[in-house]
Design a protein around this ligand. Sequence first.
Ligand SMILES: Nc1ncnc2c1ncn2[C@@H]1O[C@H](COP(=O)(O)OP(=O)(O)O)[C@@H](O)[C@H]1O
Ligand SMILES: [Mg+2]
Length: 317
Amino acid sequence: MKHVALVTDPESLPIDFDMDLLTDACVAQGVQPEVVEWTDPSVPWGKYDAVLLRSPWSYTKHLKRFRDWCARVDAQTHLINPLAVISWGLDKTYLKDLEALDVPIVPTEILALNAKIGDRLQSFMEDHPECNELVIKPTVGAYSQNVGRFTRQNIETAIQHVEALFATGHSVIIQPYLTSIDERGETDMIFFDGHYSHAIRKAALLMPDGTVNVPSTDMRSARAASPAEREVGVSALKAVTKTFGLESPLLYARVDLVEDQNGAPVLLELEISEPSLSLPFAPGSPDRFAKAIANRLISNDFAGTDIQQSTQGVGSG
Ligand SMILES: Nc1ncnc2c1ncn2[C@@H]1O[C@H](COP(=O)(O)OP(=O)(O)O)[C@@H](O)[C@H]1O
Ligand SMILES: [Mg+2]
């Protein structure tokens, strides 16, 4: 029987609502799953046929250690998704790489560490007269950590937020606050082995009073993605395949979209490292994922996880 490690950590497992459904589905597909902590130094990673990232979400506080851990595991067995893809996907500067490949994204400006903040915020607002509010967030982050929303009138507070992020070693993203999210929420689409599986609606998380909600399950509900949304999802995944020269689709991926001011879907986030998959919202989705895992393991077909070409953009941040 093939053996797969499902990677988490002690603080994230309690909020990983996919794990139980996935372990049961793996067993039903004839794959032996084991829930393992990436922070546990005693684990002999080489004993697994594959090591699949599920919820190692404490990595945001230990980025270098996590990147080193991924490289160590990759040297011993099949890391899923592939190492270079995971590494690139941890840092939202990938949005600019995808934009260059014609994937429609939320208008995004990156402030490298210690860039001139006031001037850049000013020129961003001049370039985006349509937006009344800005979003500022770290390039590496998850679970809405350190994401803030600021009005044009409140630019001093925005500058302080950027300074605070710089002080902790983070580069920063500036985006217009896309108000469609207040009405329509965001659409998170989940793909297994390149095939669309399901989607959820996630309610807006940044409240006008400055409260930031976490994306807990009560913020989510089942939703069918529109053809236009699915098209953007496929284009984002194709861009990844092209960038990394992959022979097969990614085993798992999540594509998060919001609508721009014209109602067109644009990419907010591409979750290809360690996404929450909202399996509880889509009956059948745990089986679809487990089948995709079993197919890779049983056929021992990891061609899609071998890097064939250059890995541009990898290792930033
Ligand atoms: N440009 C934006 N416009 C409107 N809401 C945003 C924008 N950027 C982020 N948000 C809100 O903040 C949440 C967290 O931001 P996101 O970019 O998804 O980072 P992460 O989930 O990695 O913390 C989103 O789910 C969304 O509710
Ligand atoms: Mg998000």
